[in-house]
Design a binder for this molecule. Structure first.
Ligand code: RUB
Length: 324
């Protein structure tokens, strides 16, 4: 896919989910680098920095996206020639792609250990990391049953029930507003994450915080499955994670909304679940209580924490004097 096609695919949610978005962005950076014909390092760097910015702007909430782009761009910035930069981008990009796929597998293995034989689970949206845990538990022979939400307005629950059905997992498909009705039957909520803040708060599909609150009320455990590249380093410096608000047309389409001039349709795509409503975050480096998020950022992301305190992020290196 070209850079432009990738941008359209991510914005239009043909490719969605924080992990998949990150991998697609890295693939786009790699092919964009390979397609550059210049041997002038400054021009090459500028083209790549602009591509990085464009990709990061496609969807604002999933921190996996800027984190993945940063990994590749940091490798490029160390190069002194264009061929070296291309090689570094290719190598770093390939390493990220395989580490990301491996992380999901590992999370599945670790997460499955927290699912018991006979458990009733509830999941929300469509998270490959959360599904990896559920499917791994099922493949280990644990008899589980799942409640999966519909996920208004985009209906990602359909993807989830299709995946669960393909595995032969007993699944109940419910509308989002039925969560509290069924929560008494649920042993464990398993969801993914678009971002994890330094204080352990988890950003995930809109409705996750309501589900966690309901789980708290019934003392049902909440497990979040999140690769380490979904942890948000700049939250250390108080940066807020932006919550994407999508077009109201996704909620109320067409003529009816035009006949209600006093009504504004609001469509936030994600919400924030505070750490106190989360029991465990399963990452590829182990399961942690949310309060340990800082350690993941410090020890496993490989970011220069000091460098993050700069005002503009990501830095635009190599485009000095050029129009963006
Ligand atoms: C997807 C969503 C998922 C996380 C984690 O939202 O909220 O739970 O991205 O997914 P959207 P994964 O459909 O708006 O992208 O574990 O696959 O990264």
């Amino acid at each position: 896919m070209t850079l432009e096609e990738t941008v359209v695919a991510i914005r239009g949610m043909e490719v969605r989910g924080a992990g998949r978005i990150a991998r697609l962005a890295v693939e786009a950076l790699c092919s964009h680098a390979a397609a550059q014909e210049t041997y002038d390092l400054a021009s090459f760097r500028c083209a790549m920095e602009q591509a990085a910015r464009t990709l990061i702007a496609t969807r604002p909430t999933a921190v996996s996206l800027p984190n993945a782009v940063h990994v590749v761009m940091a490798a490029m910035r160390r190069a002194t020639t264009v061929p070296e930069a291309k090689t570094r981008i290719h190598d770093e990009g390939s390493a990220f792609l395989s580490a990301s796929r491996e992380a999901v597998k590992k999370i599945g293995e670790i997460g499955a250990r927290h699912i018991r034989d006979g458990d009733v689970l509830l999941t929300h949206c469509n998270s490959e990391a959360a599904l990896a845990c559920i499917i791994a538990a099922h493949r280990e022979g644990k008899r589980i049953e799942v409640y999966a939400t519909e996920v208004r307005p985009r209906g990602q629950g359909l993807l989830t029930i299709t995946a669960l059905n393909a595995e032969g997992i007993r699944t109940n498909y419910i509308v989002d507003s039925a969560v509290r009705f069924f929560m008494q039957k649920v042993d464990l909520v398993v969801v993914g994450a678009d971002a994890v803040a330094v204080n352990g708060a988890v950003v995930n599909k809109i409705g996750t915080s309501q589900i966690a609150l309901t789980a708290h009320e019934t003392r049902t455990s909440v497990m979040v499955a999140a690769e380490t590249y979904k942890f948000a380093p700049r939250t250390i410096f108080g940066e807020q994670i932006a919550i994407e608000e999508r077009d109201g047309e996704e909620v109320l389409a067409g003529e009816i909304s035009r006949t209600l001039p006093h009504v504004t349709v609001r469509n936030p795509s994600f919400d924030v679940t505070p750490a106190e409503y989360i029991d465990l975050i399963v990452t590829e480096v182990g399961a942690i209580p949310p309060q340990m998020a800082y350690l993941v950022i410090r020890d496993h992301l490989g970011w220069e924490i000091g460098a993050l305190s700069g005002k503009t992020w990501p830095p635009l290196v190599g485009c000095e004097g050029r129009s963006e």
